[in-house]
Ligand binder design. Structure first.
Ligand code: SF4
Length: 233
């Protein structure tokens, strides 16, 4: 399956200082026909919200190897977390849902670009210019998601650089590998690294450490484990 997101078609002409406001009126139209991409931290937050391990969360609630929230075809491709009164995981909703109707992309140097997504033609949301993009991001609580994402991006870039050192054709094969992740059987993690609980448990067992229970320390150890693995390849 090929997943597309609204971000690919967004107009990236905004900055954090741009005039922008958006009032959600809970029409829930934005929760249909979307590929909501998630990173391991977002899966961990959602898993804990549901009192699940990340292993169980990925198995029950994701597709594309654990990187996309599952949708329900019979309900007009609604996100599986959409309930009669709106989002059932609101306090731990993923970054894409917090940013909506904006999106963030990065150029080749990692510099942030803010884009305005195409509005649903029947949206009940109200757009305005009475505040700024930065105000909107603050109100949506995006900061911890962006902070953790930047930390993962750093280790990911390090991993890619190391793999490129080992294999000159790595760059050419990356798109193919990305497509293979999307084609992963539904409910199966594309890599053990996507599953924070499983990979931290294995790392702690190897190091004789206690497995922490809080989200922040789990993320710290997950990144430490990936970093340690990169040093071995
Ligand atoms: S997680 Fe919540 S806000 Fe995001 S698409 Fe699903 S129902 Fe909508």
């Amino acid at each position: 399956m090929r997943y597309t997101t609204d971000v690919q078609d967004a107009d990236f002409s905004l900055t954090r200082d741009s005039a922008f406001s958006y009032q959600c009126n809970a029409c829930s139209r934005c929760c249909h026909h979307k590929a909501i991409r998630i990173e391991p931290y977002e899966a961990l937050r959602l898993a804990r919200h549901l009192k699940l391990s990340t292993t169980d969360f990925i198995a029950r609630h994701t597709e594309a190897g654990g990187t996309v929230l599952r949708v329900i075809e019979e309900k007009e491709n609604a996100c599986s977390f959409l309930g009669p009164k709106g989002c059932t995981v609101h306090s731990d909703r993923p970054l894409a849902c917090r940013l909506y109707p904006l999106g963030i992309a990065r150029d080749a140097d990692g510099v942030e670009k803010v884009g305005r997504l195409a509005a649903h033609p029947e949206t009940a949301g109200i757009y305005g210019t009475g505040a700024t993009v930065a105000d909107y991001f603050a109100a949506q609580g995006v900061a911890p998601f962006l902070d953790v994402s930047a930390r993962y991006r750093h280790v990911y870039d390090r991993m890619l650089a190391r793999l490129e050192d080992l294999d000159a054709v790595e760059v050419e094969e990356r798109a193919e590998r990305r497509a293979a992740v999307d084609d992963t059987e539904v409910g199966v993690a594309a890599s053990t690294w996507i599953d924070i609980d499983a990979s931290v448990a294995a790392y702690c067992a190897a190091k004789g450490k206690m497995v922490p229970s809080d989200i922040e320390t789990l993320v710290d150890l997950h990144i430490e484990a990936i970093d340690a693995w990169i040093n071995t390849i």
